[in-house]
Write a protein that binds this ligand. Structure first.
Ligand code: GRF
Length: 234
C-alpha cells in the first residue's frame, strides 16, 4: 500500500471541488475529458493548472481554450535540453502556487526523479496503457500483440520512485481481436482511458478511493477491494 497521504483531499469539505493539476506531453485528449466533465458539472473537480513539457503539445491549446493556467516547461529550449532537475524545480514552484489536492499525469512522457516524487506533498497518479504490473514502460500495445495476449487494458496507479510500480488503483480491460494492430489497439485503449480516468478521479473526490493506509482501514467493509476493474467488450 502507498504511504502517500491524501491530506488536502481528506480535509477538504465535501462541497469543495478536488483541486487537480494535470501534467501532459501530447494531444491531451484525456485532459479534454476532464475539462468537459468539470464544465458539465459531472465531476467535482477544479483543474487549477496544466504543466506541459513540450511546447508543441495540443494539450496546451485545450487548457487555454478552457481558461486554465498553463506552464510550458519545454524539455528543449533554444536547442538546449532542459535537465530533469531544472524541470522539477520549476514544476515544484508552479505546483506550490496552484496548491492542488492531487497531481494527475495524463500522457506525461518525462520520467520524474525519486526525489521529486517523494517530496510531493499531495498524491500523484498516472495513467498507463497496460494492465500493470504487466507491460511497464513504453510500446505496450506492440508488445502485447507480439506476446499473443488475449486481454489488454489500462491502469491508473500511484506514482512512486520506481517506474510504473506504484499501487494500482483501477483498471479497464478489453479482449484482443485477431484483427487488432498497434494502431487499432491504441485507439481502443484510449477509449477506455477516457472512461477510466474520470471515474477514478470521481472515486478519489468522493473518498471511495483513499490513498493512505489510515483512511483505507476506515473504509467500510462493503466497498470493493482495489484494483477496481471495468471490463469492456465491443
Ligand atoms: C495515452 O494513451 C496514454 O496511455 C499514453 O499517452 C497517451 C496520452 O494521450 N501514455 P492524450 O495526450 O491524453 O491524448
Amino acid at each position: 500500500m502507498s504511504e502517500i497521504s491524501l491530506t488536502s483531499a481528506n480535509t477538504r469539505q465535501d462541497s469543495e471541488p478536488l483541486r487537480i493539476a494535470v501534467l501532459v506531453s501530447g494531444s491531451g485528449s484525456n485532459l479534454q475529458v476532464l475539462i468537459n466533465a468539470m464544465q458539465a458539472g459531472a465531476l467535482p473537480i477544479e483543474i487549477v493548472g496544466v504543466i506541459s513539457n513540450r511546447e508543441d503539445a495540443y494539450a496546451i491549446t485545450r487548457a487555454k481554450d478552457a481558461d486554465i493556467p498553463v506552464a510550458v516547461l519545454s524539455h528543449v529550449a533554444s536547442g538546449k535540453r532542459m535537465g530533469i532537475k531544472t524541470f522539477e524545480t520549476h514544476a515544484s514552484t508552479q505546483l506550490t502556487a496552484w496548491q492542488p489536492d492531487l497531481v494527475v499525469l495524463a500522457g506525461f512522457m518525462r520520467v520524474l526523479s525519486g526525489t521529486f516524487i517523494d517530496s510531493m506533498p499531495v498524491p500523484m497518479i498516472n495513467l498507463h496503457p497496460a494492465l500493470l504490473p504487466a507491460y511497464k514502460g513504453l510500446d505496450t500495445h506492440q508488445r502485447v500483440i507480439q506476446a499473443g495476449e488475449s486481454h489488454h487494458g489500462c491502469s491508473i496507479h500511484v506514482v512512486t520512485a520506481e517506474l510504473d510500480a506504484g499501487q494500482v488503483l483501477t483498471q479497464a480491460v478489453l479482449t484482443l481481436s485477431a484483427k487488432d494492430t498497434t494502431e487499432s489497439l491504441q485507439a481502443r485503449i484510449q477509449t477506455l482511458e477516457h472512461q477510466l480516468l474520470p471515474w477514478t478521479i470521481l472515486l478519489i473526490a468522493k473518498g471511495v478511493i483513499t490513498l493512505n493506509n489510515q483512511a483505507s482501514h476506515n473504509k467500510p467493509a462493503y466497498l470493493p477491494t482495489l484494483p477496481f476493474k471495468l471490463f469492456f467488450e465491443d
